[in-house]
Design a protein around this ligand. Structure first.
Ligand code: WAQ
Ligand code: MG
Length: 275
């Protein structure tokens, strides 16, 4: 099977590298038959995005040899309840602390995304790389951050996953993409945990992910209407963010399912509940 990486990034006010503000991006891997439809779908995503109308769109199609593709097992999903934004952010700090991150650094990760981590005070195109012990930001470019690329679900695995999570109302493209991205970063050496919420004004949910906790959804991490969101990759033992990003860009397909794609809820004490 020959695979193709199809990726898109869109900005308003010129290209990203000339200061344009990020509107939307996408990373997919498809077979030859799927290229045309994927280009169309990513183009539509860019042109109809709620963040605005891009005046710059970059679409890249690139062959990826099968033997270069890493196979990943999807992180299982669970939900941590939160009634509102304050509870949601407190839950995120608790979960990061459970991953062995000091509460101050965990709070810093939340505050970074909440305050608009790009130099212009907006969202970044990629992720912050945060040293989990010192709180130092390691990414070289604070507008771009580091990006995972060449990532997707194997088509058969995606069908199986959708069947497994559909009863929980989770079988949509946004969550599938987020699980694939989280699975990739958590499998990358040096990563301790990830914190994420969307920069799309209409989407308030996010997650904390780690090897042990899996992908823990939190329903409210920001006020609806806010264009501020992002990702923080909390790392240990990473000196060179460029080398870390090269690992994030090794082509990967999520090909295997966890034994249970959806796990029980987590309560405030981080314990499993049957709810
Ligand atoms: N690599 C690194 N960072 C990225 C990437 C990537 N490939 N794609 C996006 N980001 C960063 C970037 O800073 C974006 O501004 C930010 O993440 C948010 O991206 O209900 O929709 O695509 O379980 O808006 C999570 C919750 C949704 C899903 C996340 O993010 C759920 C989402 P978005
Ligand atoms: Mg977005």
């Amino acid at each position: 099977m020959t695979w193709y990486s199809v990726r898109m990034r869109a900005a308003e006010g010129g290209p990203h590298e000339q200061g344009g503000s990020h509107i939307s991006g996408g990373e997919r891997i498809v077979g030859e038959d799927g290229i045309e439809a994927m280009v169309q779908s990513l183009l539509r995503r860019a042109m109809t995005h709620e963040k605005g109308r891009p005046d710059f769109i970059n679409l890249t199609v690139e062959q990826v040899p099968e033997e270069q593709i890493q196979s990943l097992t999807a992180l299982p999903i669970r939900t941590r309840h939160a009634a509102d934004l304050e509870e949601g952010r407190a839950a995120a700090v608790d979960l990061l602390a459970e991953c062995g991150i000091g509460r101050e650094i965990a709070q810093q990760a939340v505050d970074l995304i909440a305050s608009g981590p790009a130099p212009d005070g907006g969202a970044m195109r990629g992720a912050i790389v945060l040293d989990a012990d010192t709180g130092e930001r390691l990414e070289a470019d604070r507008a771009r951050g580091v990006r995972i690329s060449k990532i997707d679900w194997d088509p058969d695995a995606l069908v199986q996953w959708r069947e497994g999570v559909a009863a929980h109302g989770l079988a949509n493209e946004r969550i599938a993409e987020a699980v694939a991205l989280a699975t990739k970063v958590i499998s990358t050496p040096g990563t301790v945990a990830e914190l994420c919420w969307s920069d799309d004004p209409g989407y308030a949910a996010g997650y904390v992910a780690s090897k042990r906790l899996g992908y823990v959804r939190i329903p409210y991490l920001k006020p609806l209407g806010s264009p501020l969101g992002g990702r923080v990759y909390l790392v240990r033992g990473v000196q060179d963010a460029a080398a870390y990003e090269r690992e994030l860009q090794v082509p990967a397909l999520v090909r295997a399912m966890p034994s249970q794609p959806v796990l029980p809820y987590l309560d405030e004490k981080g314990e499993l509940t049957a709810k």
